[in-house]
Design a protein around this ligand. Structure first.
Ligand SMILES: NC(=O)c1ccc[n+]([C@@H]2O[C@H](COP(=O)([O-])OP(=O)(O)OC[C@H]3O[C@@H](n4cnc5c(N)ncnc54)[C@H](OP(=O)(O)O)[C@@H]3O)[C@@H](O)[C@H]2O)c1
Length: 346
C-alpha cells in the first residue's frame, strides 16, 4: 500500500465534516502523507474549510505532511456529480477513505408551539427524536428526482459507483453517515424518492441504512470496505439559522440534561460525534467483520466517548437496491454524452 493516503470528505465544511478531518489526521500514522480532499458546493466554503484544517494541523504539529485539495460538487445535480467523478479520476490513482457526510433537508422552519409541547411532555424525546422541524413536501431537484433523496442518497451512491476503480486501487473504505432518526417508520417503499413524505430527511437516512445493507458485501468482494455509522446528536451549523441566542442556549441546556439523564447519543460536540466514522475507517477490527452493524458515536454521562453498535432492520433493502440500480443505469445512459473529448484531433 502507498505510504500516502487520500481521503475525500463530502460536505467538509460542516461541524461533523471538519471533525472527521481532524480525527482522521490524529489517527493516521504520523509518518504518512495525508491528502484531504474537501468538498463543498461553493469555492469560498471550500477555501475556508482548508484554512480551518491547516490551523488544526499547525497546532497538532503532525510529523508527516498534510496536503489539501478541493472538489466542488452539488449532489442535487447529476452533471456536477459526473464532473466530480472526472476530477477525482484525473487527479488521483487511488482513494483510501470516502466519507459520505454531506446531507441536506428541505426545512421550512420550526413549529414552535409543537416544540414547546414536546419539550414539556418529554424533554428527552424532544431532543432525541424531534418532530417539530417543518419539512417541505414534494421538492424536486432540477434533475427531476426527489431533492433530499438525490442529495443524501442517490448522488453520493452514483459518485461512489463511478470512482470504484479508485477505491479498489486504494483498498478503500466508504463510510456512510446515517442518523439515529433513521427508523423504518420514516420510509415507505411506495415513495422511494421521498416526494410524498413530510419527513424526507429521516427517510433519506433510513434509505442510507438499507442501501448499505444491500451493498456492503458486493463492495467487500471488490476489496472495498463499507461501513454504516451515525454521529449521535450534536450542534449543527446548518440549524443555527432557525435559532436565536435564547433558543440556542436552551437547546444546548436540554442536550446536556439529556446526557445527564442517561442518553448515550447526546455527543453535543462535533469532535465526539466524529468518533464512530473515524473509528470504522481506522481502528475497527482488522478482519472487517460486523459490517452489517451500525456504528454510533456515544458518550457516557461524564462526557467520555465510546462506540455503540446497533442492528439494522433490513426490511426492504433489496427493493431499494433494485430501484437505485435501475436509476443508476438510466443516468448512465442520460449522461453518456455529457462530457466529450473536445481536444481530440479532428
Ligand atoms: N447534527 C446532528 O445532530 C446530526 C444527527 C444525525 C446525523 N447527522 C448527519 O451528520 C452529517 C453532518 O451533519 P452537520 O449537521 O454537521 O451538517 P450540516 O451543517 O447540515 O452541513 C452539511 C454539509 O453538507 C453539504 N451539502 C449540503 N447539501 C449538499 C448538496 N446538495 N451537495 C453537496 N454538498 C451538500 C454542505 O456543504 P456546502 O454548504 O459547503 O456546500 C454542508 O457542509 C449529515 O450527514 C447529517 O445528516 C447530523
Amino acid at each position: 500500500m502507498p505510504s500516502s493516503k487520500v481521503a475525500v470528505i463530502t460536505g467538509t465544511n460542516s461541524n461533523l465534516g471538519l471533525n472527521i478531518a481532524y480525527r482522521l489526521i490524529e489517527k493516521s500514522k504520523p509518518e504518512e502523507t495525508l491528502t484531504i480532499v474537501v468538498t463543498s458546493r461553493t469555492l469560498p466554503r471550500a477555501r475556508e474549510c482548508i484554512e480551518f484544517i491547516e490551523k488544526f494541523v499547525e497546532k497538532a504539529g503532525r510529523k508527516g505532511s498534510v496536503n489539501y485539495d478541493y472538489l466542488l460538487v452539488d449532489f442535487t445535480s447529476m452533471v456536477s456529480v459526473l464532473d466530480a467523478y472526472y476530477t477525482l479520476t484525473n487527479r488521483y490513482d487511488y482513494i483510501n477513505y470516502f466519507f459520505v457526510n454531506a446531507a441536506q433537508g428541505v426545512y421550512a422552519g420550526i413549529d414552535w408551539i409543537g416544540a414547546v409541547k414536546e419539550v414539556c411532555a418529554n424533554p428527552l424525546e424532544a431532543v432525541t427524536n424531534p418532530t417539530y422541524k417543518i419539512q417541505k413536501v414534494g421538492v424536486k431537484s432540477k434533475d427531476g428526482m426527489g431533492l433530499v433523496f438525490q442529495a443524501n442518497v442517490f448522488g453520493p451512491y452514483y459518485l461512489i459507483q463511478k470512482i470504484l476503480p479508485l477505491l479498489e486501487a486504494g483498498k478503500g473504505t466508504v463510510v456512510w453517515i446515517s442518523s439515529i432518526m433513521a427508523a423504518p417508520k420514516y420510509f415507505s417503499l411506495q415513495d422511494i424518492e421521498l416526494l410524498k413524505s413530510d419527513v424526507s430527511y429521516e427517510g433519506s437516512k433510513r434509505l442510507v441504512d438499507l442501501l448499505h445493507i444491500a451493498t456492503f458485501k458486493e463492495m467487500q468482494q471488490k476489496g472495498v470496505r463499507q461501513y454504516l455509522t451515525h454521529p449521535g446528536i450534536f450542534t449543527s451549523l446548518s440549524f443555527f439559522q432557525y435559532l436565536n441566542v435564547f433558543t440556542y442556549y436552551g437547546m444546548l441546556l436540554l442536550f446536556y440534561l439529556a446526557r445527564w439523564i442517561g442518553s448515550p447519543w447526546h455527543n453535543i460536540q462535533g469532535y465526539k460525534a466524529a468518533n464512530a466514522p473515524v473509528y470504522v475507517a481506522t481502528l475497527a477490527n482488522p478482519h472487517f467483520e460486523k459490517q452489517h452493524m451500525k456504528y454510533g458515536s456515544a458518550t457516557f454521562r461524564d462526557g467520555m466517548e465510546y462506540i455503540k453498535t446497533d442492528e439494522v432492520d433490513v426490511t426492504g433493502s433489496e427493493d431499494v437496491y433494485k430501484y437505485i440500480k435501475e436509476l443508476k443505469s438510466k443516468w448512465d445512459e442520460k449522461l453518456k454524452d455529457q462530457i466529450k473529448p473536445t481536444r481530440a484531433a479532428l
